[in-house]
Design a protein around this ligand. Structure first.
Ligand code: GLU
Length: 427
């Protein structure tokens, strides 16, 4: 019989981890206790169960979520993910991180996250379309272009955003449809999507790595890097870093891990993954097991997969100088502590992957103004926003002599505290 674990030995849930991260920052800045109570609680939590007809005529019930953490800075904003691990705890954590992200890079959005607990690979395209549309219908006016704006996340993409847009505007009176295109971001370009949105999160990660390299006099043309996850964020980060002449030496996804000390070409790998569904078996590489992947000697590690990858069990294996968190929540509190002891610098998720929501903001603005910006304009504005976020976090880390995750929280919490003090609490 298994022993009952003591609280301290039990694995913390994702949201419990967020609360601990929050507490570290809140103590340092002596955050107002009332405001702290507001920010450590989600505002609205919606769970919807809805039926969908399958291709074979049978009926299945799906469970979808939308957690709205906070909207003090602007409309709720955050992605929708389709994954078997989606549950209320994960949604709470991810929604909270969205609030911090927008506060750090100073865009006028709050935080939300949603999703459906499914393995999308088990459904046909037509089934996925009906699931997405029925979920949108179930959310009803709990989302809206000036209220709560979804976007892509794990296993969702521009096509799915297109279906959501079409379903949502079909529920609006015809004379109002044309000014509702900003109901979702990350749309196909023809439907009002922004140039540069697809690569935005990876582009943001690379802008930050460039800034770190500039400040530490690190030559990116000689750098080696490893990436975990080869979805939107992992593949774009890998491809954009290649432009510097940096060498991708190891990569892991759900199918396995591969290694080549002479470098793996991310563009070739991308074509291979499109065909086969994963990195496993890529010809110009050798396979690695998970531990050996983590032990790979490289300069930069970009985790761009799921949460809780760098923990008490794995952090000590890492052999890198910089971790740029493309994923949300890849490192837990125990992992952070080990990385600090090892002297590995970390650019935390709430700053590092904010490129996605920053360009979502640009898309939203373009829709509202009936404009279409060129890619140079998008990239330049993204760079400015995210580098300013970097500088804010850096300044706080120096001021409070804390790690960058805590500093990023401090930036977000201080900004939100000011806003709440300015507007007061009703009534
Ligand atoms: N899903 C992305 C994230 O986690 C983007 C969210 C958005 O653009 O609203 O930041």
């Amino acid at each position: 019989m298994g022993k009952t674990l003591k609280k301290s030995e039990k694995e913390l849930s994702l949201y419990e981890n967020v609360k601990l991260q929050f507490n570290l920052a809140k103590k340092i800045i002596k955050l107002d206790t009332g405001i702290s109570k507001i920010l450590e609680t989600t505002m609205n939590e919606l769970v919807v169960n809805f039926p969908v007809k399958m291709d074979n005529g049978s009926l299945e019930i799906f469970t979808g979520y939308r957690v709205q953490h906070n909207n003090a800075l602007g409309p709720f904003k955050g992605g929708l993910r389709f994954h078997p691990d989606v549950d209320i705890d994960e949604m709470r954590a991810l929604a909270t991180w969205m609030t911090w992200k927008s506060a750090i890079v100073q865009i006028p959005f709050g935080g939300a996250k949603g999703g459906i607990q499914i393995d999308p690979s088990k459904y046909s395209k037509t089934e996925l379309e009906r699931i997405s549309r029925r979920f949108t219908f179930a959310l009803g006016n709990n989302i809206g272009p000036e209220y709560d704006i979804p976007a892509p996340d794990v296993n969702t993409n521009a096509m799915i955003m297109g279906w959501i847009l079409d379903t949502y505007i079909s529920t609006i009176t015809p004379n109002n449809r044309q000014h509702c295109f900003h109901i979702v971001t990350g749309k196909p370009i023809g439907l009002g999507g922004s140039l540069g949105r697809d690569k935005a999160t990876g582009q943001g990660v690379v802008f930050l790595i460039e800034q770190w390299a500039k400040e530490t006099n690190f030559d990116l043309s000689k750098a080696t890097y490893m990436v975990q996850g080869f979805g939107n964020v992992g593949s774009w980060s890998a491809k954009l870093l290649k432009n510097h002449g940096s060498k991708l030496v190891a990569i892991e996804d759900m199918t396995g891990a591969i290694f080549n000390s002479n470098g793996i070409d991310p563009d070739e790998l991308s074509k291979y993954v499109k065909k086969t569904g994963g990195v496993k078996g890529f010809k110009k590489s050798e396979p690695l097991n998970h531990d050996s992947f983590l032990r790979t000697r490289a300069d930069i590690f970009i985790p761009a997969a799921l949460e809780k990858q760098i923990t008490k069990k794995t952090a000590h294996l890492l052999n890198v100088k910089l971790i740029a968190e493309g994923a949300n929540g890849p490192t837990d509190l125990a992992g952070d502590k080990i990385l600090e002891e090892k002297g590995i610098h970390l650019i935390p998720d709430v700053l590092c992957n904010s490129g996605g929501v920053i360009v979502s903001y640009f898309e939203w603005l373009q829709n509202k103004r009936s404009e279409a910006w060129d890619i140079e304009q998008v990239d330049e504005k993204l760079s400015k926003k995210i580098i300013n976020g970097y500088k804010r976090v850096q300044e706080m880390a120096e001021k409070h002599k804390c790690n960058w995750r805590t500093a990023a929280y401090i930036v977000a919490l201080s900004h939100l505290e000011t806003v709440y003090k300015e507007r007061g609490i009703f009534p």
